[in-house]
Design a protein around this ligand. Structure first.
Ligand SMILES: *Cc1c(COP(=O)(O)O)cnc(C)c1O
Length: 356
């Protein structure tokens, strides 16, 4: 008999990330992966470079310095923190540790794709819950919970829609979930949100026994290449993650750059201010072009097109890479990351040409 993976594995459609090249050359505008167009903090780059002489050494498997820096920055308890090779790794580990064949993993219909992929990888069943106005529906999420549900994933704000739920709404959802169901709040874009009623959920972790918050260095910190994320959760959950993770799951380069990034509040503020300014400008341009953009609190905008694949192909010809989101159940939209001034000028010019 031929070798075969476990049942369900071959049902997984491989994750296809945003493109980065056009016919082998660098793109004019890379707006397909929600990366920070300003790049990382120069101090993080310096810390990364400084590591070059120590590549023979294993990293600190406990990520102590980084966890201390995170705990200090957000006023958190050190032993409720664990780091991962991107939040992707933490999503996968949570699912693997808490769900298996016969179990269900609930996520909202246009939620981040890695939730369903990780569920299938673990042999569990992903359960997709309809949204309202491209926003997660807490009542529907609760109604989808059964005896078999082990985890509920909520990206807040969500990628690719850009929508969010208020702190009060998330708290209501968390409080009404059965205590044996883990609520995973994925706050990858938290730093960008300016809405006064938003909260990343870290305070809920200390109030409730079944809430985990995920954060990443891939977005506003501009360190996507290094793969670094962290989870804040109940001690019992963090203990489980420490058992199932690889002993050196985060590289020394990521640890060093992460500490420098978290301590550089100025760079984060510049990145947020740039995003807010270019977001306003881009929205006005889209209005002028009669293109409809969904509301967004992140560093990207979901734009509706009569022919989204055609528009994406047209933009690509001009070296402008955006993200088709058909795999997220949104075949009539393109997700456009808010880039540098020059990149946004390029996408607007390409859209003008497309409209003519
Ligand atoms: C980009 C993103 C992440 C981050 O993934 P990493 O593995 O940390 O790079 C997590 N969740 C959502 C919703 C995202 O959009």
């Amino acid at each position: 008999m031929a070798i075969a993976p476990r049942p369900g594995i071959l049902d997984i459609a491989p994750y296809v990330g945003g493109e980065s090249k056009v016919a082998g050359r660098e793109a004019v505008a890379r707006l397909a992966a929600n990366e920070n167009p300003l790049g990382p903090s120069p101090k993080a780059v310096e810390a990364y470079r400084a590591l070059a002489g120590d590549l023979n050494r294993y990293p600190d498997g406990g990520a102590v310095a980084l966890r201390q820096a995170i705990a200090k920055r957000y006023d958190l308890e050190l032993d409720r923190l664990v780091c991962g090779a991107g939040s992707d790794e933490l999503i996968a580990l949570l699912v693997r540790a808490y769900a298996g064949p016969g179990d269900e993993v609930v996520h909202s219909a246009h939620g981040f794709l890695m939730y369903a992929i990780s569920a299938r990888t673990a042999g569990a069943t992903p359960v997709s819950v309809p949204e309202r106005n491209l926003t997660a529906d807490p009542e529907a999420l609760l109604a989808a919970v059964t005896e078999r549900t082990r985890l509920v994933f909520l990206a807040n704000p969500n990628n690719p829609t850009g929508s969010y739920l208020s702190y009060e709404t998330v708290r209501g959802l968390a409080e009404r979930l059965p205590e044996d169901v883990l609520l995973v709040l994925d706050a990858a874009y938290a730093e960008y949100v300016e809405a006064g009623d938003y909260d990343d959920g870290l305070s809920l972790v200390e109030k409730l026994p079944n809430v985990v918050v995920l954060r990443t260095f891939s977005k506003i910190h501009g360190l996507a290449a290094l793969r670094l994320g962290w989870a804040y959760g109940p001690k019992a959950v963090i203990d489980v993650l420490n058992r199932v993770r690889g002993p050196f799951n985060v590289s020394a380069a990521a640890l060093a750059a992460g500490v420098a990034a978290i301590e550089d509040a100025g760079h984060l503020e510049r990145s947020r201010a740039h995003n807010a300014r270019i977001h306003d400008w881009f929205r006005r341009q889209l209005e002028r072009l009669n293109l409809r953009a969904e509301p967004s609190v992140g560093n990207f905008v979901l734009v509706r097109f009569a022919d989204a694949p055609g528009a994406a192909a047209f933009l690509k010809e001009r070296g402008v890479l955006v993200r088709p989101v058909g795999s997220y159940g949104l075949p009539d939209h393109l997700r456009i990351t808010l880039g540098t001034d020059r990149e946004m000028q390029a996408v607007v010019e390409a859209l003008e040409a497309y409209r003519q």
